[in-house]
Design a protein around this ligand. Structure first.
Ligand code: HEM
Length: 397
């Protein structure tokens, strides 16, 4: 099919901000992902989308965010205790498993037990199906297997909804069951199922990809690893609380710089609803538009030495990301801007904090990875890494 690729901040802004309501996220999603995404928030446009976003927003307010962070903390500590020290292991599968564990706990409130293992393995199969290139419903193919597991997960969430509506717990599902917009609007059961499943697809692989690239970069630049560790010592507790997040400025800039160089969602899609003119070009109706941060994040017009890893470009003195409203778009823009961007930053900070406090990390000497860009970016070799434990610092335990 024909696809129009729009590049550069002005073009990205025109499509994502979309003042003329010319571009549909729903039609683009329906073209590729309808079977997995259903009527989730990204598959809704304009007023219908705004209605769902207003309700969903309440699950990302500071109250629930604090409880999500409290819930993450022990799982991160446990995950790290299971890491072998003093020998190289593959970081990507390790962090993917940890992220899955965090997501099951925070999204559905699942703790240790048979449901957790059953649902986690179903989620892995579902995600592999969702990103599989061969999209045919033939038994045995990843796409079809993913759909079978999606149904299993949907049935499971449907049973949980009944329970969580009666006895809310400290998880996102309970938030969705009880979420109300300021106007009193609420989600139906089938909305909740689609939204929860999409949340998984949107959150899990992207956060894994980000953590993997941050670790690669702070091993490549050990001076940055030391600076971040010093910043963690400044907080001086075994794990961060919600109130500590704004104190981690350097970590924030490292995360932002990694998102600039390695955006975990390299492409977003829209479909034109009608013929429109775009910087002198005609885009026919019903055409797929591909929008990515890839070019905007590397234009010398907006970034100094764009190929260089330089977290200080995000400091208030330089604020290169503010050079154009759409020069920096790892979380998209406009109405569908990532609703989980603060959640992702919180999770990555919580993990990095515990990883750096009592351990140092290194990649093999002269490590120079090749990167895989699709479906979700990651180092091709899964990032071999070695952890060394520091002598215990009593004040942090
Ligand atoms: C580093 C991690 C992440 C990245 C880079 C990322 C990136 C994105 C991007 C680019 C979009 C816009 C898609 C579009 O316009 O077509 C998006 C939307 C979305 N993201 Fe994220 N995301 C991340 C983590 C998360 C997390 C942790 C959650 C949930 C906890 C989440 C939930 C969502 C949802 C629900 C949407 C759709 C919002 C809407 O349609 O209004 N994301 N994300």
């Amino acid at each position: 099919m024909d696809v129009v690729s729009v590049v550069g901040p002005d073009a990205v802004k025109a499509v994502l901000a979309d003042p003329g309501k010319n571009f549909s996220a729903k039609l683009a999603i329906d073209a590729f992902m309808k079977d997995f995404i259903g009527r989730a928030i990204l598959a809704r446009d304009f007023e219908d989308h705004r209605y769902h976003r207003r309700i969903m927003q309440s699950a990302f307010k500071s109250g629930p965010m604090k409880t999500y962070l409290d819930r993450m903390t022990p799982h991160i500590a446990l995950g790290l205790r299971r890491c072998e020290s003093e020998q190289f292991f593959l970081f990507h599968p390790f962090i993917k498993k940890l992220s899955l564990r965090l997501a099951s706990g925070i999204f559905l409130g699942l703790e240790q037990g048979s449901d957790l293992d059953r649902i986690n393995s179903a989620l892995v199969v579902m995600m592999n199906g969702a990103i599989s290139p061969i999209r045919l419903k033939i038994p045995g193919l990843a796409f079809n297997e993913g759909l079978v597991k999606r149904q299993l997960i949907a049935d499971y969430i449907s049973e949980l909804i009944v329970e969580r509506r009666k006895n809310p717990s400290m998880d996102m599902l309970s938030e969705f069951c009880n979420a109300k917009s300021e106007e009193g609007e609420q989600f139906s059961d089938s909305d909740i199922i689609d939204h929860m499943i999409f949340m998984w697809l949107a959150a899990h692989e992207t956060t894994t990809s980000l953590l993997c690239h941050v670790m690669y970069r702070i091993c490549q630049f050990p001076e940055w690893q030391s600076r971040l560790r010093e910043e963690c010592y400044g907080i001086g507790k075994p794990a961060i609380d919600y109130e500590d997040l704004p104190k981690l400025d350097l970590m924030d800039w490292v995360i932002k710089e990694t998102l600039r160089l390695h955006p975990p969602a390299p492409i977003t899609m829209r479909t034109s609803l009608r013929e429109c003119e775009f910087y002198g070009f005609q885009i026919p109706a019903n055409t797929l538009i591909s929008i990515g941060p890839g070019i905007s994040h590397f234009l010398e017009e907006y970034w100094s030495n764009p190929q260089q890893f330089d977290p200080l470009r995000f400091s208030p003195e330089r604020a290169e990301d503010k050079s154009h409203t759409h020069a920096y778009v790892p979380f998209g823009g406009g109405a569908h801007t990532c609703i989980g961007m603060h959640f992702a930053a919180m999770q990555v900070k919580a993990v990095l904090y515990q990883m750096l406090l009592n351990h140092s990390w290194e990649t093999p000497a002269g490590y120079d990875p090749k990167f895989k860009m699709t479906p979700i970016p990651k180092p091709k070799d899964d990032l071999p890494i070695k952890m060394t434990n520091f002598p215990r610092r009593s004040q942090f335990h």
